[in-house]
Design a protein around this ligand. Structure first.
Ligand SMILES: [Fe+2]
Length: 408
């Protein structure tokens, strides 16, 4: 609470300064647009041991027979079993444990078949973004009917009639437990698409940092830095949502303070606690994402880790922002632990190296693509809709070249 308060006060001070700067120099326009916004947060059970509240939350939602959705990685690591142990003595549930690594329409259809065959009336998602996004799509088709692709780009078709969903994240990164989107690939090798609606925000998010202790080092780094990228893009996105901005800045501070410790010391409860909170906070503003996530869409047929892709790409995006929205960047920079002369882009590059991430998309395993096509694809992405401005195809060409690690 104190942190939120400090953040808000700092934000007000910086807003005042920024306003004075604008008046003095008449440059970047950052007027209030009075754009309306919706705050749609799940009920959150957060803390060590929070997972023990699962049976009670199932009862409160009046779920008689939930379908647990998870994946083989979580079954093999024993994490899913830890969650299931809380259901001891309760027999009325079913388990779908073959969610694909990247969420696909086919995966949702298989889960739907089990949901119907087992007579389920709600979903408990235990996993990372793929599992939670699959579960979000599942509650839509289970309650409103398929096929799933008809909801892509059509939020108006999704209503409050969707089945209840409890999300139990096992990574600290996607923030899917607290946001309105679900990324789904039409096929395993195609570029991502997805659904978006306030009604697919989970009814309950149970965030237990102990569930992230077994997350491998490279995934702790990739998902943790994905959270940072979310917080950055949410803060910079269009819209006057002061509540969301304060949460995003707090998330940025937490990631910089704790991500390296979580990578180096997987059992460090303090670091895991802060990272789990930062990841959820990063998606809570619900303002939208931006160019780094447009690039992730462009590169999404390359089978690269999403979090690593966006955090390797975002320094190039931030350098563009420094030129286009300097005042807004100045507000955000206050949350970065910058050394003298360092820019936010430099700070992300430095942290990526500290947590062991590659320095370019090419080093990450990019197999090739035509630059002009990729620039056009990124320019056409729906992630530009909420971006602080829409980069031109030329600007995307520059950003992609830099993210790939190529010399312009
Ligand atoms: Fe992301």
């Amino acid at each position: 609470m104190t942190l939120f308060l400090e953040t808000s006060i700092n934000l007000i001070k910086h807003n005042k300064n920024a306003q004075n700067d604008r008046l003095a120099r008449g440059k970047e326009v950052m007027t209030t647009t009075f754009e309306s916004f919706v705050l749609q947060h799940p009920r959150v059970r957060f803390g060590f041991g929070a997972v023990q509240s699962l049976p009670e939350e199932i009862r409160l939602l009046d779920m008689r027979r939930p379908l647990f959705v998870t994946d083989q990685g979580l079954v093999n690591s024993g994490t899913f079993d830890r969650v299931l142990q809380t259901m001891k003595g309760k027999k009325s549930f079913a388990v779908f444990d073959t969610t694909p690594e990247n969420p696909t329409v086919e995966g949702v259809d298989r889960a739907l078949e089990m949901y119907r065959n087992e007579g389920c009336d709600g979903v408990v998602a235990v996993g990372g973004g793929s599992v939670i996004d699959t579960a979000k799509a599942l509650i839509v088709v289970a309650s409103l009917g398929g096929p799933l692709p008809k909801y892509f780009g059509h939020p108006e078709l999704i209503t409050s009639a969707v089945a209840p969903l409890i999300a139990i994240p096992t990574t600290a990164g996607t923030g899917s437990e607290a946001n309105t989107g679900a990324g789904i690939h039409p096929t395993a090798t195609s570029r991502g698409s997805g659904i978006n609606s306030n009604f697919i925000v989970p009814r309950v998010a149970i965030c237990d940092p102990e569930l992230t202790y077994t997350l491998p080092r490279h995934l702790t780094a990739g998902t943790g830095m994905d959270a940072l990228t979310h917080a950055i893009e949410q803060f910079l996105a269009k819209g006057d949502n002061a509540h969301g901005d304060a949460i995003a800045l707090d998330s940025i501070r937490r990631v910089f303070q704790w991500v390296e410790r979580a990578v180096e010391e997987p059992q460090n409860g303090e670091a895991r606690w802060h990272m789990m909170l930062a990841a959820m906070q990063a998606m809570m503003p619900l303002k939208g994402l931006g160019p780094a996530h447009a690039l992730a869409g462009t590169f999404s047929d390359q089978n690269l880790h999403h979090g690593m892709m966006v955090t390797i790409s975002i320094p190039a995006v931030l350098r563009m922002h420094e030129r286009r929205i300097p005042e807004r960047m100045k507000l955000m920079a206050a949350a970065f632990p910058l050394k003298a002369g360092q820019s936010p882009a430099d700070a992300v590059v430095e942290m990526n190296a500290h947590v062991g991430l590659k320095s370019s998309i090419r080093a990450l395993g990019f197999k090739g693509g035509e630059l002009d096509e990729m620039a056009k694809d990124a320019h056409a992405s729906f992630f530009n809709e909420r971006a602080p401005y829409h980069p031109s195809v030329d600007e995307y060409r520059t950003i992609i070249t830099e993210a790939l690690g190529d010399t312009p």
